[in-house]
Ligand binder design. Structure first.
Ligand SMILES: CCCCCCCCCCCCCCCCCCCCCC(=O)SCCNC(=O)CCNC(=O)[C@H](O)C(C)(C)COP(=O)(O)OP(=O)(O)OC[C@H]1O[C@@H](n2cnc3c(N)ncnc32)[C@H](O)[C@@H]1OP(=O)(O)O
Ligand SMILES: NC(=O)C1=CN([C@@H]2O[C@H](COP(=O)(O)OP(=O)(O)OC[C@H]3O[C@@H](n4cnc5c(N)ncnc54)[C@H](OP(=O)(O)O)[C@@H]3O)[C@@H](O)[C@H]2O)C=CC1
Length: 502
């Protein structure tokens, strides 16, 4: 049997962020590989009108958990959902629940965070720094705790080009920043945010960097490791290829492309996009948890969960595969036919944004207004272009992450563990993966039925014909205006007519 799977059997595991993208995949894998684990405590808040129970129920009944339900129909009995809001003091956890957590927990996986790039700094610090600090304090009171795994991001030091497996000094001491966030006025915080975050691109990245410093400084005698994933994308293999349920990162761009909203990619052909499948991240987290608890390294280890060093995914190749998949299995009700212009030129970029994005959106909304419907495309287009401009930072540059600890961890695992908890991205076929990713977005996120593909293709054919007619009309109008105004254009026109005896 796998030593890692055996390690988690009989353990009480605390997961924060278990309702999130990574947390769900982590929990699913734990149940599948270590069905004899004692309990998984999850810290959950009620959300979107759902109680804790309803939230857990909908996760366990989702497609992601279909394999778990087969092998383990009573899986719900092993989950203990505890009310907690990490933005509150003491997380709002009841006294009894806190006592149980403190006395029973063996391992903590801290995945919860706010991942929105531009949350107000105060909120980002509250969630990604202060909550981490409080969780560390809780952990220090857990007599049975064997390991604490903190999830950060490979981009926490994206102000550097080569990133080692160390915690780098961050602008601003966490304690001072936390303090300042408590008493400064929101308007003043907003004003000083760009100065505070310095050369980091947004409040998310900055707060994750501060979070790492807190883990290092306040982890005390705890057995801690940090896992830093890069751009987390759909599942590669487990529980099945292509599972994804959120639009973060590339998902948003792929959907916008498939729906015909985005027709621009501002990358060079050899730009590497550092994708890492979510099941690979979960496997590395579980392996790191096992290693930290069993081998107790003397210093806190940082593991980079990245792909670029071992098996780079080139952006252009990825984009072409996205387009090829969209050709075979188009998304429904597209605004325009998917198509992509590659450019790294700033002027060309602005031109394409205006000509092939904003103007068609305005025209379409005008048409919606004329036909008595509510205009919506301009708003959607603005949102898409805004999201694109925020994500662009991460595809227009190149980073290198050292992976010594990750490779060391792999070498410490038995062949069976390497198979069950596979995080070796060298085995990944990007073209196949991207195809499954696009299909996964269509199926699991957009909830589009494969039976609707002929209709979607028909819709795209109609759009192509409309496009031809539109371009022809524009050309004829432009030519007519030119002939009316320019003698030279008139001469060319007469010359062409004489050639064909018109
Ligand atoms: C040739 C083919 C081409 C193929 C093309 C594909 C090729 C791909 C090439 C390679 C690609 C690589 C990509 C790199 C990605 C890098 C990721 C870096 C990872 C860094 C590592 C990390 O560790 S990162 C953790 C992940 N973290 C995120 O990745 C959050 C991002 N994201 C946000 O941070 C916020 O999203 C952001 C954007 C600020 C906006 O923020 P924002 O506040 O301006 O906008 P909101 O999102 O709030 O939405 C405002 C309003 O839009 C409404 N709305 C929302 N979605 C809507 C929808 N789909 N349709 C209609 N409406 C929608 C919403 O309901 C609101 O409506 P209302 O205003 O009425 O309420
Ligand atoms: N996705 C990515 O590309 C990357 C992510 N990471 C890191 O991985 C980790 C997980 O990210 P991911 O799963 O994608 O993020 P998600 O946004 O999908 O999940 C975030 C989780 O945190 C929980 N959470 C947020 N605020 C609170 C709160 N106030 N109280 C209780 N719980 C809260 C959410 O709960 P709720 O469901 O109630 O909102 C959710 O379970 C994060 O630490 C992130 O920084 C690192 C690199 C890349």
């Amino acid at each position: 049997m796998s030593a890692i799977a055996a390690y988690y059997n009989d353990k009480s595991i605390l997961i924060t962020g278990a309702t999130g993208f990574v947390g769900k995949v982590l929990m699913e894998k734990l149940f599948r590989t270590s069905p004899d684990l004692k309990v998984i405590y999850i810290l959950v808040r009620p959300k979107s009108g759902q109680t804790l129970k309803q939230r857990v129920f909908s996760i366990l009944n989702s497609e992601l958990f279909s394999k778990v339900r087969e092998i383990y129909p009573n899986v719900g009995e092993k989950i203990r959902a505890i009310y907690a809001d990490l933005s509150k003091d003491d997380f709002g956890i009841s006294k009894e629940d806190m006592e149980e957590l403190l006395s029973c927990t063996n391992i903590i996986f801290h995945c919860a965070a706010t991942v929105r790039f531009e949350d107000p700094l105060k909120y980002a610090v509250q969630l990604n720094v202060v909550a981490t600090q409080k969780l560390l304090l809780m952990a220090s009171q857990m007599p049975k705790l064997e390991a604490f795994i903190h999830l950060s991001t490979a981009f926490s030091n994206c102000n550097l080009k080569h990133i080692d497996e160390v915690v780098y000094p961050c602008p601003g001491e966490p304690k001072k920043i936390i303090n300042a966030m408590e008493w400064l006025d929101d308007a003043i915080i907003k004003e000083i945010t760009p100065k505070l975050i310095g050369d980091r691109p947004n409040t998310y990245i900055y707060s994750k960097a501060l979070g790492e410093t807190v883990v290092q400084e306040e982890g005390g005698k705890l057995n801690i490791a940090i896992v830093r994933p890069s751009i987390i994308s759909s599942t590669w293999q487990e529980p099945f290829p292509g599972w994804i349920d959120n639009v973060n990162g590339p998902g948003e761009l792929i959907i916008a492309t498939g729906k015909g909203l985005l027709q621009l990619l501002t990358v060079g052909p050899m730009t590497v996009v550092d994708l890492i499948p979510v099941d690979t991240v979960a496997n590395l987290i579980l392996a790191a948890g096992w290693y930290t608890a069993v081998h107790r390294p003397k210093t806190m280890l940082i593991y980079h969960s990245t792909s670029g060093q071992l098996n780079p995914c080139y952006c252009k190749k990825m984009a072409l595969q996205v387009m090829a998949t969209l050709e075979k299995t188009p998304f429904e009700k597209a605004f325009r036919r998917p198509c992509t212009v590659f450019t790294t030129n700033t002027i060309a970029k602005q031109f394409w944004k205006a000509v092939s994005h904003r103007i068609p959106a305005i025209i379409y909304d005008f048409y919606l207004r004329l036909t008595g419907r509510k205009p919506r495309i301009v708003k959607l287009m603005n949102r898409t272009l805004n999201a694109f401009s925020k994500l662009e930072y991460f595809i227009s540059q190149h980073w290198e992450w050292s992976i010594n600890n990750t490779e060391m961890l792999m070498s410490q695992m038995s062949p069976e563990d390497q198979r069950v908890f596979n995080f070796d991205v060298r085995q990944l076929n990007w073209l196949q993966y991207i195809e499954n990713y696009v299909l996964g977005l269509k199926k699991h996120l957009l909830k589009e039925d494969m039976a609707g593909i002929p209709e979607a293709k028909q819709h795209l054919r109609r759009l192509r014909n409309i496009n031809y007619i539109f371009n022809t009309v524009i050309f004829l109008i432009a030519w007519r205006l030119l002939i009316a105004r320019s003698q030279m254009a008139r001469n060319v026109w007469f010359f062409i007519c004489s050639l064909y005896n018109l």
